[in-house]
Design a protein around this ligand. Structure first.
Ligand code: NI
Length: 159
C-alpha cells in the first residue's frame, strides 16, 4: 500500500490507449491497492491507472467515500439520458468545467479477483464511470468541456 505520484495533463502517458489486463498478478493487486490509497489521499472520486503512469485498463471509483468499485477491463454496454454538470480530474489540478454525459450507464467489468460483474449507475456514479473509462483510451474531460475551463475556486465562489 502506497500513494503514487499522480500524472498531470501534458504528460504523454495520459494520452495513450491502455492494454487489457490478462490476469491479476501480485503486481496488479498492488497497483489496485495503491490506486485506492492514492484516490482517497487526494480526495478524488475516481482514478485510472494511466494517472499513476500505468497503461492498464483499471479504474477505481468511489463517489460516496465508503463504497469503492474496482473496475478491471471495464466496458459500457448501455447508456441513456443526459446530465450536464461540473467535472474535475486529479490530473488537471485546480480546474473544472462543464461536461455533458449520459445520466445512466450499464457497464461490465472484472473486480480485483477477476470476477466479472455488472454495474448500473446514474448521476454522479455514471459520470465518474464515463470520465474514468475515457482515461483508458487516452482522453481527458477537458476535450469535452462546454465553454471555458475554469478555476475551481471561482466556481465554488459562485455557488
Ligand atoms: Ni480524471
Amino acid at each position: 500500500m502506497a500513494i503514487r505520484n499522480v500524472r498531470e495533463m501534458g504528460e504523454d502517458v495520459l494520452n495513450k490507449k491502455c492494454k487489457e489486463v490478462k490476469e491479476i498478478t501480485p503486481r496488479v493487486s498492488e497497483l489496485i491497492d495503491d490506486m485506492l490509497d492514492t484516490m482517497y489521499d487526494a480526495s478524488g472520486v475516481g482514478l485510472a491507472a494511466p494517472q499513476v503512469g500505468i497503461l492498464k485498463r483499471i479504474v477505481v471509483i468511489d463517489v460516496t467515500g465508503e463504497d469503492p468499485y474496482v473496475m478491471v477491463n471495464p466496458k459500457i454496454v448501455e447508456q441513456s439520458g443526459e446530465q450536464t454538470g461540473y467535472e474535475a480530474c486529479l490530473s488537471v489540478p485546480g480546474k473544472t468545467g462543464v461536461v455533458t454525459r449520459p445520466n445512466y450507464v450499464k457497464a461490465i467489468a472484472y473486480n480485483e479477483k477477476m470476477e466479472q460483474y455488472e454495474i448500473e449507475a446514474t448521476e454522479l456514479l455514471a459520470r465518474a464511470i464515463c470520465h474514468e473509462l475515457d482515461h483508458l483510451d487516452g482522453h481527458l474531460y477537458v476535450e469535452k468541456v462546454e465553454g471555458a475551463l475554469m478555476n475551481s475556486e471561482d466556481v465554488e465562489e459562485e455557488e
